[in-house]
Design a protein around this ligand. Structure first.
Ligand code: UD1
Length: 430
């Protein structure tokens, strides 16, 4: 199995260019099949989750033409199957966006029920509540969710909890429903706004995305479009925290600084300098790092997807910090791995109490999930000696050419396929 092997201790310096937002692209790709006309999407990240969703889209009969690594043309005209296999859904939960997209377009869809995930229980009750409110009959049996409607009719839908997935899924179905839908307590994440903008560019009538009330007036059909995915705020934040943890100085390019405000605020509290440009941010690390308190919250709060990377920085701060995880209950699984590198973190329920240490020491660790995996790589780059991170297939789900981009900032890191190559790396750097 592939792994990353790295020698830490070099401050990251220089510039890195951020790709398109994976989580926005997942919504856009599903929405693209809602028209029979061609849709061209660029600034697509070339990562595993995107490639799996593209296969699922091909699997239902749409035409997928990959023009280059970051551009795709999709045509939903040839769709014959309205059923999305477990084969895809077990690899990425976001293939359930095809439920909202197909239900809106064909008034009928069937998607395998997503299985459990490694960051906590991930119910889909709000997605189903939304579809039912639009008039769909939704049933779960034999591991499948089936949604069917004679007509979809707009309605007033209150989301009991802020959910990115439910907001996007219901938004898609409501776009092709009759009449007006109001989604209250909607998620305000930039990727929700991106999906709404994309659908509007296809002829939808959606207002209020980015606020907690989204109003949709259903249209009869959608048309083709060309669209560019927004920059990935989580990839950007990951590099910002990597700069802080390694005592570096990194300019992160092709970003929307407004989407990074929560990350920037916490880096400033940790004592770092953050300079904002029109489409870039520069992070100059603090010496020493200061402790602070963080609570994960829906946007514009501090993102749960950035929580492990923040912990890597705070575990090196001078004093005691806390991180409260309020979105997913099982998102501290990296703590035991980080302890192997010397970190002093105690988890009580959904709060991590972090007592700063001076330095990590390199060790062999495993990525428990996508973001925690990226966080462990950052720890390895800040550590004394060599670190090996296993299970990097999680990291590859969401970071394109991760090790290459880090090398561009001066990191000594390689992706290796086996013990022999890991050994070669160690001899080279020792
Ligand atoms: C999306 C992101 C994920 C991020 C998360 C929170 C994608 C593909 N993934 O996941 O990276 O960590 O937002 O920002 O965009 N909930 C319910 N019922 C539901 C749906 C959700 O109770 O029907 C709860 C969840 O358990 C969780 C909270 O709502 O506590 C937020 O989850 P949600 O925003 O739906 O996350 P995802 O869309 O799955």
């Amino acid at each position: 199995m592939e792994r990353y092997v790295m020698k830490g201790g070099t401050p990251l310096r220089g510039e890195v260019v951020i790709g398109g937002a994976k989580n926005a692209a997942l919504g856009l790709l599903a929405a693209a099949v809602m028209t029979d006309e061609k849709v061209k999407i660029d600034n697509l990240p070339d990562v595993r989750d995107i490639n799996v969703l593209l296969s699922a889209i091909e699997g239902i009969g749409a035409t997928v033409n990959r023009i280059d690594a970051h551009t795709v043309e999709i045509c939903g005209k040839g769709i014959h199957g309205l059923s999305v296999d477990y084969e895809y859904i077990k690899k990425i939960r976001a293939s359930y966006y095809l439920l909202g997209a197909l239900l809106g377009k064909y008034k009928k869809a069937e998607v395998a029920l997503p299985g459990g995930c490694d960051i906590g229980s991930r119910p889909i009750d709000l997605h189903l509540k939304g579809f039912r409110a639009l008039g769909a009959n939704v049933e779960i049996s034999h591991g499948l969710i089936s949604a069917k409607a004679d007509r979809l009719v707009g309605n007033h839908i209150y989301m009991d909890k802020v959910s990115v997935g439910a907001t996007i899924n219901v938004l898609m179905a409501a776009t092709l429903a009759e009449g007006k839908t109001v989604i209250e307590n909607a998620a305000k994440e930039p990727h929700v706004v991106d999906v709404a903008n994309f659908l509007n560019s296809m002829g939808a009538n959606i207002r209020g995305a980015g606020t907690d009330v989204i109003r949709i007036v259903g249209v009869e059909k959608l048309h083709g479009t060309e669209y560019s995915v927004i920059p990935d705020q989580i990839e950007a934040g990951t590099f910002m925290f990597a700069a802080a943890a390694t005592h570096g100085d990194v300019t992160v390019r092709n970003v929307i600084p407004k989407h990074l405000e929560a990350t920037t605020a916490k880096l400033l509290e940790a004592g770092c300098q953050v300079i904002e440009f029109d489409d870039a941010v520069r992070v100059i690390a603090a010496e020493p790092l200061k402790p602070t308190q963080v609570t994960t919250l829906p946007y514009p709060g501090f993102p749960t997807d950035m929580q492990p990377q923040m912990a890597i920085v705070l575990a090196l701060a001078e004093g005691t910090s806390t991180i409260t995880e309020s979105i997913f209950e099982n998102r501290f699984r990296y703590v035991d791995e980080l302890a192997r590198m010397g970190a002093n973190i105690k988890v009580e329920s959904n709060i991590a109490i972090i007592n700063g240490i001076e330095k990590y020491t390199g060790a062999r660790v495993s990525a428990p999930d996508l973001r925690a995996g990226a966080a462990l790589v950052i720890a390895g780059l800040a550590a004394d000696g060599v670190t090996e991170v296993d299970d990097i297939q999680y990291i590859q789900r969401g970071y394109e050419r991760f090790e290459e981009k880090l090398r561009g900032l001066g990191a000594t890191i390689e992706r290796v396929a086996n013990d022999h190559d890991a050994q070669k790396f160690k001899l080279k750097v020792s």
